[in-house]
Write a protein that binds this ligand. Structure first.
Ligand code: ADP
Ligand code: MG
Ligand code: ZN
Length: 557
């Protein structure tokens, strides 16, 4: 328990230095846990208010709080912000002059600052003073960068494990907006804080309407979209620098106040682009994902993904930049197979290629989903939404559903029988009672549930299982050969008789035929029939039967 005396300081400090009357959601619990010198992992959506969780304790600790943050560009902003609130803080990096660095050393040693921001690469410079005499707390911002399971892996983060060894009694607070389960585990292991208290805020941002559209004519669609919202600020994320510029150009030609932003611009151009957006001089920014980290603009009304993001974490983080004020906002994603292929190419050869590809696959499944998209997003982060959200395109225009409880039970029990060790292909093979070499080798044909789902085709099973994943009833273990495994919600289906709704599987073959029926000229038809006639004759001769028995009328049609 926190001392009464400390406890009574929390709200007044929040008010005095940050100007807020109350804590949001879990902020107070987290602040208390830090002050109790426990290690903590905080997962809170972008804009949720992570900074308070270490900045406020920093004010109450005796020594300095070390803040590790990956973006040198943002450190200055954050430190300026703190200083403006009357909090002493500084940052340290390798581009500073020697005398500046010396001055910072002095400030730490004399405990004249409450927070010191450092990039992980620069930590070694602090070697001589990095000890518990001077430092009271360590905050690791954007902690997902530590994990190669995460979506934004930075090798310089991987060395941070030494901190706990060097300062064993100093609380560590690791913070990030996006980390799936495997990433969370990895963060704790690598930081040597296996027993850290975990604070998982809800990932639900109800005010953001989700929509996915096919990418045909996307520029035209975007122009129409923006014209309907002439005064609303928005961000359009593109994959390449070039496309940010081309798109901004096209929008401007259409009378839309747009600007491009990417890492190829120089510092002054970038700052100007950011400021023009923040101060509402630019309505639309066409940007690469470099844009938005740490930008505190609460009235961004929409985010468009011109290209597919490479994974759900990235998508979620980017859409999280709209509607931070809690008012209605909209996220529109253009789904394109050529983008998927492009992204796949970028990934080839990466050290964690397999993980990246599996995450891209999940992104693709999200885009193609026929179930509530918010359910999918939340289940990705380990949350189960009990009702459909009503604020996504699928909810607003629902496909037909049926009671798929038995299908779900069959799939989940096969996953159980396979000890959660096999990927979707094998699970379906067992459901369908396949007798291929892989199944026989592993003796899966002897399993009781071998063949329990014979009546459903392979392709349909694939779609149903993806729907089950999307609804959170099972999940893909990306770092374990993409094995399917159960989630905490599986037992609701297996043992508690929960009803599972599924969408009728679409017949992909039929769809393709419908879409791509080629135009056949009469002449071509005639030759086809001529070939059929000959073939029929030939078979009739070989089989010594009358020709009319060879093909039924139905086949001929
Ligand atoms: P994160 O790092 O989680 O993305 P920030 O710490 O930058 O989020 O906070 C996002 C916004 O929420 C900021 O504008 C911040 O001032 C505001 N905020 C944080 N905590 C509170 C609070 N308790 N009451 C009101 N506003 C808050
Ligand atoms: Mg932050
Ligand atoms: Zn929905």
């Amino acid at each position: 328990m926190l001392l009464k005396e400390t406890q009574s300081k929390l709200l007044p400090t929040l008010k005095k230095y940050f100007g807020y009357d109350s804590f949001r959601d879990q902020q107070q619990l987290i602040v208390e846990s830090v002050l109790l010198k426990k290690d903590n992992l905080v997962i809170m959506p972008t804009g949720g208010g992570k900074s308070i969780c270490f900045q406020l304790p920093a004010l109450l600790f005796e020594g300095v709080t070390l803040v590790i943050s990956p973006l040198i560009a943002l450190m200055k902003d954050q430190v300026d912000g703190l200083n403006a609130n009357g909090i002493t803080a500084d940052f340290y990096n390798s581009s500073q002059e020697k005398f500046e660095q010396d001055a910072i050393f002095d400030k730490v040693v004399n405990k004249e600052i409450k927070l010191l921001y450092v990039a992980p690469e620069s930590l070694s410079f602090l070697e001589n003073i990095l000890n518990e005499t001077y430092f009271s707390c360590i905050a690791i911002d954007e902690a997902h960068c530590i994990s190669s399971w995460g979506h934004d892996f930075r090798p310089s983060y991987q060395q941070l494990g030494f901190l706990k060894k060097l300062l064993p009694n100093t609380p560590i607070i690791a913070l990030t907006a996006t980390a799936d389960k495997a990433t969370r585990k990895d963060i704790l292991e690598q930081l040597n804080i296996p027993k850290a208290a975990q604070f998982l805020s809800s990932f639900d941002r109800k005010n953001i309407e989700l929509e996915v559209r096919p990418a045909n004519d996307r520029v035209l669609q975007i122009i129409k979209f923006i014209r309907k919202k002439p005064s609303e600020a928005g961000i359009i994320y593109c994959l390449s620098r070039k496309s940010t510029e081309q798109l901004a150009e096209k929008l401007m030609q259409n009378g839309i106040n747009a600007k491009a932003y990417h890492a190829g611009l120089n510092f002054i151009e970038r700052t100007k682009a950011q400021e023009d957006f923040i101060y509402d001089k630019t309505q639309v920014v066409c940007a690469t994902i470099a844009f938005g980290m740490g930008i505190d603009k609460s009235n961004v009304r929409w985010v468009i993904h011109y290209n597919m993001p490479k994974n759900i974490e990235g998508y979620y983080q980017e859409i999280g930049r709209c509607g931070r004020d809690g008012l209605d906002a909209k996220a529109l994603l253009f789904h394109s197979y050529s983008d998927v292929i492009q992204l796949r190419k970028f990934m080839s050869g990466a050290s964690n290629e397999e993980v990246q590809v599996a995450k891209l696959e999940r992104m693709k499944q999200f885009s193609e989903a026929t179930t509530c998209r918010r359910k999918i997003l939340l289940s990705y982060f380990g949350e189960l939404l009990s009702e459909n959200c009503g604020n996504c395109d699928v909810c607003k225009n629902p496909p037909q559903v049926f009671n798929g409880t038995i299908i779900a039970q069959k799939a989940l029990s096969v996953i159980t029988r396979l000890n959660e060790n096999e990927a979707i292909g094998t699970v379906i093979d067992v459901l369908r009672g396949a007798h291929n070499a892989a199944i026989l080798d592993k003796g899966y044909d002897k399993l009781k549930s071998h063949g329990v789902g014979k009546e459903i085709s392979w392709r349909d099973w694939q779609q149903y299982i993806i729907q089950l994943i999307n609804q959170g009833y099972c999940e893909i273990a990306f770092h374990k050969n993409n094995a399917l495994r159960l989630t905490q919600f599986s037992k609701k289906v297996l043992f508690e008789n929960a009803t599972v709704s599924l969408t009728k599987a679409v017949d992909i073959k039929e769809q393709q035929i419908l879409q791509k029926e080629p135009k056949v000229t009469k002449a071509k038809k005639d030759t086809l029939f001529e070939r059929l006639r000959k073939l029929r004759h030939q078979i009739a001769l070989e089989e010594n039967i009358p020709a009319y028995l060879v093909f039924s009328d139905a086949t001929l049609k």
